[in-house]
Write a protein of this length. Structure first.
Length: 279
């Protein structure tokens, strides 16, 4: 009897696992068929000027992605912050820029590794430990605008979200930065080499590595010489930060990035499937 119950439970579990992707796809399609709320349009016009630069087809895509993202992700206010509709829409709009055109013919996973977005009113303080060259461990406090965790959370400062989105040409956008880390972390570890789309003929790992290594070393040289050309020197820390910084510039300063490093721009264009230099 116990064996029959076990088999029946296993069968139900198998049916559930096989049916879940289909149910998820159906639910998302239903969400995307709903009219985009007028209030959400106001939030986009007021807080996300980059939206107005997008071609009409990408605007439509982005609105559909926002509807799914807002419905599926849990937003949590920290330090007394009350999460509003505006906060959800603004974060979703900036995050879903990274999904445009990358879902054609493929089911979008909407950053499957992200369950929660934690919002602080302003920059938040974290405790960090580091070991110096002598092997001595030190504790330090750091004030951050955002952080991406592999455990399913993205932490953001709402003040920095607004500031990053307000100027669509400065290459500074904390939401794009942290969600680029999430794409990079799909490998299990952020190393500046995100997984390509299945069957992506545009992606060549050896070429990606060569181009990104050269661009990363160039930025390290600029940082060492205190030369501010285009990319934020924060990206000179390691390949993971470089990928996120380059992604910020790609979406907000497409034409400038293409002039700065055409090979780097082509790799990002091939990965993200959009051409921001034409927006």
């Amino acid at each position: 009897m116990a064996f029959l119950i076990f088999c029946f439970a296993a069968l139900l579990l198998l049916i559930g696992l096989l049916g879940y992707p289909r149910w998820t796809r159906w639910r998302r399609e239903r969400l995307q068929q709903q009219p985009f709320p007028p209030g959400w349009r106001k939030h986009l016009r007021k807080r996300v000027p980059l939206f107005a630069r997008l071609p009409a087809d990408l605007q439509l895509q982005l609105k559909k992605h926002i509807q799914v993202f807002v419905a599926e992700k849990t937003f949590i206010g920290c330090d007394g912050l009350q999460v509003t509709e505006e906060m959800r829409v603004v974060v979703a709009a900036n995050a879903c820029l990274l999904l445009l055109n990358r879902t054609r013919g493929l089911p979008a996973d909407y950053f499957a590794g992200v369950r929660q977005i934690l919002l602080y009113p302003a920059a938040f303080v974290v405790q960090r430990k580091h070991t110096d060259a002598a092997g001595v461990q030190h504790a330090e406090q750091r004030s951050l605008a955002g952080e991406s965790w592999s455990e399913g959370q993205v932490i953001l400062s709402w003040q920095d979200v607004l500031q990053g989105a307000a100027d669509a040409h400065d290459g500074r956008n904390v939401v794009i930065h942290e969600f680029a880390h999430q794409l990079d972390q799909e490998n299990g570890q952020a190393i500046g080499a995100p997984l390509p789309l299945p069957g992506d003929a545009d992606h060549h790992p050896a070429r990606w590595k060569a181009v990104f290594t050269a661009a990363f070393q160039r930025l390290q040289g600029e940082a060492f010489m205190h030369e501010q050309v285009l990319l934020d020197h924060y990206g000179a820390q390691d390949p993971a930060e470089f990928f996120s910084v380059a992604t910020e510039a790609f979406f907000e300063q497409g034409a400038a990035l293409r002039s700065y490093d055409a090979a780097l721009y082509r790799e990002l264009q091939g990965y993200f499937k959009v051409d921001p230099s034409s927006w």
